[in-house]
Design a protein around this ligand. Structure first.
Ligand SMILES: NC(=O)c1ccc[n+]([C@@H]2O[C@H](COP(=O)([O-])OP(=O)(O)OC[C@H]3O[C@@H](n4cnc5c(N)ncnc54)[C@H](O)[C@@H]3O)[C@@H](O)[C@H]2O)c1
Length: 276
């Protein structure tokens, strides 16, 4: 994708966490293509480097910051790296999140809950807290948090993960109210079935099962990270200037279907999918 003159984020400083792969990488790439100067934060040095190289090859502006957002010390490292962009940070995307360790709640431990807290919610507080003062001072900011459809529905073997993602939604909503009058918008996106290293649907679905995809996902295919990045871009940009406090599912219709499955090759649906 070429870097247009102008673009929806022209000249804006942008921080994206977990931007070395998957959805975060697609967001970083798209935001840079729209003129943003992007700080690619990732705990994986190789992934961060690849993402920055790819943006630069397309004519965009990016720097990397190797940091683990689960650590308190990452905040200072990210702030310092962001200063290197020579722009005020107007856009923050808190994208890091992970459903693992997954498992039945009865068999889970305090350490599992703490690990899920650290990777799904605590860093959202930390980085938002770090970048918010600059945004409110300039009366310019847009924060996009990455939640999950699992924050809206029940997910067996993911009760604690879904509780923290629901926490992301509620934090988004409440903070939006708090800072709405200070020129900062806070929104979230809730992906589902998007092909990434964490959720490699291509590997999980066998050739024989591929014909079933339209029965699972109303739009008839799995998502691509670019599909999610496009919605994050809308929320981050001034196009969404009157939108704040919302979590927008980006799921090809799975949440709306809520248990309804399309019968393969037919124009009928079932909520008893023994043989869809
Ligand atoms: N892919 C989906 O279908 C899906 C569904 C629901 C929610 N989500 C959410 O979308 C977000 C991105 O998911 P993904 O599937 O692209 O993930 P991914 O695991 O494929 O990629 C995550 C990236 O973040 C980096 N990362 C992981 N932990 C980090 C840490 N502690 N500090 C810094 N960087 C770290 C990884 O190195 C990797 O580059 C997550 O919040 C996830 O919960 C994704």
């Amino acid at each position: 994708m070429s870097n247009p003159i102008g673009g929806l984020l022209a000249g804006k400083g942008v921080v994206v966490t977990g931007a070395g792969a998957g959805i975060g990488a697609a967001i970083a790439e798209r935001f840079a293509a729209e003129g943003g100067h992007v700080l690619v934060v990732d705990s994986n040095r190789d992934d961060a480097g690849r993402s920055v190289d790819s943006i630069k090859r397309s004519g965009g502006v990016a720097r990397s910051c190797v940091a683990d957002v689960r650590e308190v010390a990452s905040v200072e490292a990210i702030l310092e790296a962001a200063r290197g962009l020579d722009r005020s940070i107007d856009v923050l995307v808190n994208n890091v999140g992970d459903y693992r360790p997954a498992g039945l709640f009865a068999g889970s431990s305090e350490a599992d809950w703490q690990a899920l807290y650290a990777v799904n919610l605590l860093h959202v507080f930390r980085l938002t807290h770090a970048f918010l003062p600059g945004m409110t001072e300039r009366k310019a900011g847009s924060i996009v948090n990455v939640s999950s459809v699992e924050a809206f529905r029940g997910i067996p073997a993911g009760a604690v993960y879904s509780a923290f993602k629901a926490g992301v939604n509620q934090f988004t909503r409440s903070l939006a109210v708090e800072v709405g009058g200070l020129g900062v918008r806070v929104n979230a996106i809730a992906p589902d079935v998007t092909q990434t290293p964490q959720l490699p649907y291509d590997r999980w679905v066998s050739e024989e099962e591929r014909s079933l995809i339209p029965s699972w996902v109303p739009v008839g295919r799995f998502g691509k990270p670019e599909d999610v990045a496009a919605v994050a871009l809308f929320l981050a940009s001034d196009e969404a200037r009157f939108v704040t406090g919302h979590t927008l599912p980006v799921d090809g219709g799975t949440l709306a279907a809520s248990g309804w499955y399309k019968r393969v090759g037919k124009q009928s649906w079932t909520n008893r999918p023994r043989n869809p």
